[in-house]
Ligand binder design. Structure first.
Ligand SMILES: CC(C)(COP(=O)(O)OP(=O)(O)OC[C@H]1O[C@@H](n2cnc3c(N)ncnc32)[C@H](O)[C@@H]1OP(=O)(O)O)[C@@H](O)C(=O)NCCC(=O)NCCS
Length: 150
């Protein structure tokens, strides 16, 4: 693995992001119900999206929402989506993305980062806990709400 870099979405990288692959069974974990509902009120000014590049290759996408005004506390500073290409999983790319997201949250004066995920085999729970998220509650749909305190 070369040096990982965080770059903004561009006309070029967005095509590669759309082509990021998943391992079999992972697609069901990408978007909990709560995110679909929150997305109807998502604001382009509060959303943060980045691409992770290894040398010249796009290997991951990470997005978040930072909105101190959001009525739901766990959506004020929230990891929205993280997807590491199937071939590049298990090499530290996801951890790198979460570290950069935490840097961004700190710069914006947030006191935590939340994530909402569905528990289950083949899902991201072990990863989120490994990189520091602690479960703190549940949504009305039974998804786990976890946080990293900054
Ligand atoms: C979840 C995901 C982002 C993890 O990315 P990754 O690059 O494979 O993770 P990393 O290699 O950075 O792993 C970081 C740590 O988590 C651990 N980890 C990652 N996936 C794991 C799993 N399935 N089970 C157990 N531990 C896991 C790693 O062992 C590593 O631990 P260490 O640093 O202490 O050695 C990636 O698997 C993915 O894109 N999944 C499909 C999409 C998805 O479910 N996204 C989440 C919902 S939006």
């Amino acid at each position: 693995m070369g040096e990982l870099r965080l770059v903004e979405l561009s006309a070029t990288t967005i095509v590669a992001v759309n082509n990021l692959s998943l391992k079999p069974g992972q697609e069901q974990f990408l978007a909990p119900v709560s995110y679909g509902i929150a997305a109807t009120v998502a604001n382009p000014q509060t959303s943060w999206q980045r691409v992770i590049v290894d040398d010249q290759e796009v290997v991951a996408f990470v997005s978040a929402n930072f909105d101190p005004e959001d009525p739901q506390e766990h959506f004020r500073s929230v990891l929205w989506r993280i997807n590491v290409d199937a071939d590049d999983q298990g090499r530290g790319v996801g951890r790198f993305a979460v570290e950069k997201l935490i840097d961004e949250a700190r710069e914006r004066g947030m006191d935590r980062v939340n994530v909402i995920y569905e528990a289950g085999d083949g899902g991201p729970e072990a990863f989120f806990q490994r990189v520091g998220f602690t479960p703190v509650g549940e949504t009305e749909y039974g998804e786990v709400i976890a946080e990293i305190r900054l």
